[in-house]
Design a protein around this ligand. Structure first.
Ligand code: PLP
Ligand code: COI
Length: 354
């Protein structure tokens, strides 16, 4: 794919790493390409970061025709920058696109435009501990009509943001409220797709939890409100009676790449990992009888986030005395070790850039 590059004439100053936070600062450029049914993907270009001009009837503004991805570029100790499992994000983006009737991007094209863009912006990858360059590919349906149908025009973009930790708590345990009213997604819906609408639907419960002093909610399934699904915008795992348990990918859960990586690390080390239905009653029982040993969320932004407290129907349970547990810490150390190139990547997950 030919990519036209127009460089900015006014590069910005790189931020002080202590001020990073998550997704507030953006790099100098952005990648854009357009699609229509006749021409396919065309006009691939990297241009100075800036505002978009969009038709007021554009499909994405009215009918939620939007999907996105999230992955990171990491700076290794030797100065090189590397991606973590980028093809997994590309495959998931195409699965999301299929669900929302947005166009597919051939995997080789998606990888080529991603690496070209990140290679251009790689100086923005910070080197302070725990920091990285968060990459946000996204696609919008862009027909200029109010008709409701599968789109004929789309735009695909990638923006990049140097980031620190996602939660202000960092790797410290967070307090989580089990949500028994709102649901995030239902089987047959869009839960397994990374589409903006899922996040819009989850904000109300997240806001209520925050008002009560919790960081996020633990979602229950959309049919019976009985089975555990995810935590906030992360997958969730538990250690119960010595075994690792995580909800199986039912269709309403996002197939996380960090989840997949945690399972692969644990299995390679001989741990038993059960991907199955886990009811909130079973979890409550394990909390009450003390057999819930650890709980953590996992996702690209936070990597691994220990859960120190769970609240269900006014009952508060402290997990592992509110401290990070050994498996959670081990997963954090292993994944971040591979991502930042501090330990050997025996899985072949990293892709160094030129
Ligand atoms: N679940 C949801 C709803 C998410 O938004 C994310 C974040 O991407 C995840 C889980 C974790 O997925 P990954 O590990 O691929 O970042
Ligand atoms: C994650 O990377 O874990 C996320 O959920 C990203 C979030 C900002 C949508």
């Amino acid at each position: 794919m030919k990519i036209k590059i127009v460089k900015t004439s006014s590069p910005k100053e790189k931020p002080d790493p202590s001020t990073l936070g998550f997704g507030k600062i953006f790099t100098d450029h952005m990648f854009i390409m357009d699609y229509d049914v006749d021409k396919g993907w065309h006009d691939a270009r990297i241009v100075p970061f800036g505002y978009l001009s969009i038709h007021p009837a554009s499909t994405c503004l009215h009918y939620g025709s939007e999907i996105f991805e999230g992955l990171k570029a990491y700076r290794r100790a030797d100065g090189k920058v590397q991606l973590f499992r980028p093809l997994e994000n590309i495959k998931r983006m195409n699965n999301s696109a299929e669900r929302l009737c947005l166009p597919q991007i051939p995997e080789d094209v998606a990888l080529e435009v991603l690496t070209t863009f990140v290679e251009l912006e790689q100086d923005w990858t910070p080197s302070a501990p725990g920091t990285s360059l968060y990459l946000r590919p996204f696609m919008i349906g862009n027909d200029e009509t109010l008709g409701v149908h599968a789109v004929h025009h789309a735009t695909y973009m990638i923006i990049a943001s140097p980031v620190g930790s996602y939660y202000k708590e960092g790797i410290n345990p967070v307090r989580i409220m089990i949500e028994d009213q709102d649901v995030r997604a239902v089987r047959g819906g869009t839960g397994y797709a990374k589409c903006g609408g899922n996040y819009a639907a989850s904000n109300r419960a997240g806001q209520r939890a925050e008002e009560k002093g919790y960081s996020q909610v633990l979602w229950l399934d959309g049919v019976e409100r009985k089975y555990i699904e995810e935590v906030g915008a992360m997958n969730v795992m538990f250690k119960i009676k010595g075994k690792i348990v995580t909800p199986y990918l039912s269709g309403s859960i996002l197939p996380g790449i960090t989840r997949k990586s945690c399972i692969e690390v644990l299995k390679s080390e001989g741990y038993e990992v059960e991907e199955r239905l886990l009811s909130v009653d079973e979890l409550s029982q394990a909390m009450t009888d003390g057999t819930l040993e650890e709980a953590w969320g996992c996702g690209t932004a936070a990597v691994v986030s220990p859960i120190g407290e769970l609240c269900y129907k006014q009952h508060r349970y402290i997990v592992n005395e509110g401290k990070i547990g050994p498996i959670t810490q081990h997963l954090y150390d292993t994944l971040t070790g591979i991502q930042w190139g501090k330990i050997e990547d025996k899985f072949g997950w990293t892709m160094p850039l030129k």
